[in-house]
Design a protein. Structure first.
Length: 275
């Protein structure tokens, strides 16, 4: 059994309305058989979320409902509101999927390919993050965790047509781009100048970051193609472009931190050059 309280405008008014509805809810709750499972959702507008102060014994069931009243600092983006009870829905069995706005599109649509590639990148970032933790590179691991959240924000906006974007919907902005630039400059400062192109190698984490870099470049190319057909935020392309640069710098940085050799491109190592 589920009771959902709709949002109300005005902090005091919201609290008063919720007080009355909560009292009604408690009366219903007290009459419920023990076998019922009750879930309660409070949806009060930001920046203040009210949860009424109660400690009410619920009939003969021997349990109480507890709550507090407090405020939540206004956040830049809405928190996820998900209830995933079933993983398979069968709605995509005919090759279509749904966008955030409810539109049904083919699973091979360019928009799906775009945020699907961002999702792929996120999985590989997770692998690199685990390796960074294993290598005791806490600084990089923390950065990669943040990037994972940013990529999910990016996927949110890419999965939404321009006309359906909510003002507080998660996204990437120029703030994320600037943060990456700062980290690039900081971690590149102590690296030796390049005299040739570098190959993935030296240590496992280096190769994982290079894999992330190439997937990121692919996501960027798809985003550029999508931007020619539909409206997408320019920050999305800027972010992917800068992230790929960051992944290159981080791959070199980890080799230096771990004392691993940097593998440089040597054209004459090819079979044809050895004849």
């Amino acid at each position: 059994m589920e009771f959902r309280y709709p949002p109300h405008s005005g902090n005091l008014a919201a609290c008063q309305v919720l007080q009355k509805r909560f009292e009604v809810f408690l009366k219903i709750l007290q009459r419920l058989p023990l076998r019922h499972i009750v879930r309660v959702f409070f949806e009060i507008p930001e920046p203040v979320r009210f949860i009424l102060p109660v400690n009410v014994p619920c009939g003969a069931h021997g349990f109480s409902v507890y709550g507090t009243i407090g405020s939540v600092e206004e956040k830049a983006y809405n928190e996820p509101r998900l209830a995933l009870n079933r993983i398979y829905t069968k709605t995509g069995d005919k090759g279509e999927t749904g966008l955030v706005g409810g539109q049904r599109v083919g699973k091979d649509a360019l928009r799906i390919e775009c945020y699907g590639t961002v999702d792929e990148l996120n999985a590989f970032i997770g692998m690199a993050c685990f390796s960074a933790e294993e290598s005791k590179l806490a600084k990089l691991a923390a950065i990669l965790v943040r990037v994972q959240h940013e990529l999910f924000n990016l996927g949110s906006i890419l999965a939404t047509k321009a006309e359906n974007v909510h003002p507080k919907q998660p996204r990437v902005t120029d703030d994320e781009v600037a943060q990456l630039e700062q980290e690039i400059d900081e971690m590149n400062a102590g690296l030796p100048k390049l005299r040739s192109f570098v190959l993935p190698g030296g240590c496992r984490l280096n190769t994982e970051l290079h894999a992330c870099r190439t997937i990121c470049r692919r996501a960027e190319r798809i985003a550029v193609a999508l931007g020619r057909e539909e409206e997408i935020p320019l920050e999305a392309i800027r972010y992917l472009n800068r992230l790929s640069d960051a992944l290159f710098v981080w791959s070199r940085w980890v080799n230096r931190e771990l004392g691993a050799p940097e593998v440089l491109w040597q054209p004459n190592q090819a079979a044809s050059a050895r004849k």
